[in-house]
Design a protein around this ligand. Structure first.
Ligand code: ARG
Length: 469
């Protein structure tokens, strides 16, 4: 379709759009995913026009019926999307007029694509947020199930990826749980920013019709109206907020992914992933690759990039709407899809990882992970901490030379470094003893982990109760 008469805005034009420009300008390929929101918004707009006496109810009824029919066509795959009609809005409006004639041409009264598109995007994003939040909750429950099962499982805790102190696997899982908890909080804050109604701003200045914006907001479950029409049609900060949420979430997902990749390696051998979440190599028959966590780690790149794309898109845009904003959709949709998929795949996979308890124990035994406990022991015996630190440093150096762990040294050997060491030292040099002693709030002792596991359930319930209906 490329004659000037076919354009919904063709009136003031004397020549048809350049064919290449038509393709270049069109967004329907990617914005057709907004069809449901576009149709819903149009239905409510039509009903509002009846309330204020601009549209008669006969026209409105036929519009509503036709909009339903169009939705059915789209969902059945029989709707003909036309690039010449540029975007989802004009494709639907053109079909509407085809179906109901003049009534179709009355729908756009008091409305512009400028307030229409951003209303659609806000409605779409609100649904996407709710769907993603559900997956995030599922992920948290998956993490908690592993934490519960492995609450007492000894493993090495790392700093600088060097064995540092002994921790439990349950404690490690609870760290992941906290990350996701904050991500969900950020997502809810973003939802608040999203839930403002732009419709009624029209092209940029508002409308000469007495549009009932409150009615529209209520019907579409927006909690507030955009308070300034110029701002309403032009800003995409709510989408930036979503992408920022996504970027921070992926900082977390990529950290988890990295640990899963490390832990499945032969060198660590801490866990095994189920075969159905892994792939083989086409050349090396022995390989079982952790593709899922690697892909999640890799996909953080595009989610970061989408945030940067939207920030750059918005930067320096003068008021009000500019066509630049058509470019908001692909990065936003990509962040929505990527986030949803990655959270889902982790939530599905995590409950099925196999924990290699012996190997975790062995790794915890190997790295002098109880050295700090020995220093703390000396402090209990009145040795100043700095001196205790020095003593234990020398003890570790000796143990390394002897190729022994700390608890394999004899009492006589240990006393060479400090006469304050007594027989009871062996209790604190044990891994269980070390873990149990870290009993500060939020610490790694099984007692604290049990407290946090219980609290986690309450916090999840609280979170749900506070969520918007
Ligand atoms: N496809 C456009 C977008 O996504 C819709 C709004 C276009 N408005 C206009 N006046 N050209 O932003």
């Amino acid at each position: 379709m490329n004659d000037k008469g076919s354009k919904l805005w063709g009136g003031r034009f004397t020549e048809a759009t350049d064919e290449f420009v038509e393709q270049f300008n069109a967004s329907v390929e990617f914005d057709k995913r907004l069809y449901k929101q576009d149709i819903l918004g149009s239905k409510v707009h039509a009903q509002m026009l009846v309330r204020i006496g601009i549209l008669n109810s006969t026209d409105c009824d036929s519009l509503l019926r036709a909009l339903d029919a169009i939705q059915a066509e789209i969902e059945a795959g029989s709707f003909h999307w036309d690039t010449g009609l540029e975007d989802v809005h004009m494709n639907i409006e053109a079909r509407l007029t085809e179906l109901v004639g003049e009534a179709g041409k009355r729908l756009h009264t008091g409305r512009s694509r400028n307030d229409q598109v951003v209303t659609d995007v806000r409605l779409y994003l609100r649904d996407a947020i709710d769907a993603i939040d559900q997956q995030l909750e599922k992920l948290q429950l998956a993490i908690l199930s592993v934490a519960k099962q492995e609450a007492d499982t000894i493993m090495p805790g790392f700093t600088h990826l060097q064995v540092a102190q002994v921790i439990t696997f349950g404690h490690h899982m609870l760290a992941w749980f906290e990350m996701i908890f904050r991500d969900r909080t950020r997502l809810q804050q973003c939802r608040v920013s999203v839930n403002f109604l732009p419709l009624g701003a029209a092209a940029l200045a508002g409308s000469s019709f007495a549009l009932d914006r409150d009615y529209v907001a209520q019907q579409l479950h927006f909690t507030e109206l955009c308070h300034n029409s110029l701002d309403a049609v032009s800003d995409r900060d709510f989408a930036i907020e979503f992408c920022a949420f996504g970027a921070i979430l992926f900082a977390h997902l990529s950290r988890m992914a990295e640990e899963l990749v490390l832990w499945t390696s032969t060198q660590f051998n801490f866990i095994e992933l189920p075969d159905r979440f892994c792939t083989g190599s086409s050349i090396m028959p022995q390989k079982k690759n952790p593709d899922v966590p690697e892909l999640v780690r890799g996909k953080s790149a595009r989610v970061y990039a989408n945030l940067f794309a939207l920030l750059t898109l918005m930067k320096s845009q003068p008021l009000a709407y500019n066509k630049d904003n058509q470019e908001d959709k692909e990065p936003l949709f990509d962040s929505v899809d990527t986030t949803h998929d990655c959270v889902t795949v982790f939530a599905n996979m995590l409950p099925h990882i196999k924990i290699n308890h012996e190997r975790l124990l062995e790794a915890a035994q190997q790295g002098y992970a109880t050295a700090t406990d020995l220093a703390d022991y000396l402090v209990q015996r009145k040795v100043p901490f700095r001196d205790a630190h020095e003593v234990v440093g020398k003890t570790v150096k000796y143990a390394i030379a002897e190729n022994k762990q700390l608890d394999q040294l004899s009492l006589q050997e240990l006393q060479r470094f400090s006469p304050s060491i007594g027989e009871d030292v062996f209790g604190i040099l044990s891994l269980q003893g070390s873990v149990a002693s870290k009993n500060t709030y939020g610490g790694t002792s099984p007692k604290q982990v049990a407290i946090q596991l219980k609290l986690a359930q309450h916090r999840l319930q609280d979170f749900k109760a506070k969520q918007a209906p």
